[in-house]
Design a protein around this ligand. Structure first.
Ligand code: FE2
Ligand code: FE2
Length: 231
């Protein structure tokens, strides 16, 4: 799991901080190298999978005043990890109008319906052009590198993850269309290597063509092509 920290003025924003058992001690140690963990102001939770956020109670213990940034449908589920819902929240609108204004530029929160949770979302950092994409663009690799070097071999590790987790090609394309206004300098996913600028266009192009999820489970009927041949 990749957790990311943005430090900008008084804002200290942690994204998808990981699980308690598997990640919390290490993520806390890495945060400590940059800022005191007690000073975290926001935690962005892109969806509610335990691997990316069941450490929320531990972070809230350290920094009870922090704000959790997430969508309403994720918000109702998060307290089941073991904390009171009576904490600070910033609700991410399904209209993609929610931003967090930082000194260097805003964070823009963009929903990614059914990729893979119904109200999942991603974060775009205007200052750096980085897209924090959660499970979109993720890969399960045996040979992890921080930044990918060879696109073709990396793409092969992205395919199985997207085929099994993402709802459909329609869902992927709808989301990718929403990204068009944003110049992307890198894609930082929650699993696998960072996709640098030189491979961003290729990643988007390949994802746009990938059949996945329901496309493969319930392939479309070929009735139209059969009729076209008969008539
Ligand atoms: Fe996930
Ligand atoms: Fe994930």
């Amino acid at each position: 799991c990749n957790a990311y920290l943005i430090v900008d003025g008084n804002h200290r924003i942690l994204m998808d901080p990981g699980s308690t058992v598997h990640h919390f001690p290490q993520v806390k140690r890495r945060v400590e190298q940059i800022v005191p963990p007690e000073s975290i102001t926001h935690i962005v939770v892109h969806h509610q999978d335990a691997d990316l956020c069941d450490s929320l109670p531990s972070w809230l213990e350290l920094a009870p005043e922090l704000t959790i940034v997430t969508t309403p449908r994720v918000r109702v589920l998060l307290p089941y990890f073991g904390f009171s819902p009576d904490v600070k929240w910033l609700d991410v609108s399904p209209e993609d109008s929610t931003t967090l204004d930082l000194a260097g530029g805003s964070l823009v929160f963009i929903t990614s319906p059914f990729l893979h949770f119904p109200e999942a979302f991603v974060t775009y950092d205007e200052a750096s052009g980085i897209l924090f994409s959660s499970d979109i663009g993720a890969a399960i690799e045996n040979d992890w590198k921080l930044v990918i070097t060879d696109w073709e071999s990396h793409w092969r590790t992205m395919i199985p993850f997207h085929v099994f987790y993402m709802a459909s090609n329609k869902a992927l394309n709808g989301f990718l269309k929403k990204l068009e206004p944003f110049p992307i300098s890198a894609i930082c996913p929650q699993h696998g290597s960072i996709i640098p600028e030189e491979h961003v266009d290729k990643a988007i192009e390949n994802l746009a063509k990938l059949p996945c999820g329901l496309d493969l489970l319930y392939p479309a009927s070929n009735i139209e092509s059969v009729l076209a041949e008969i008539l």
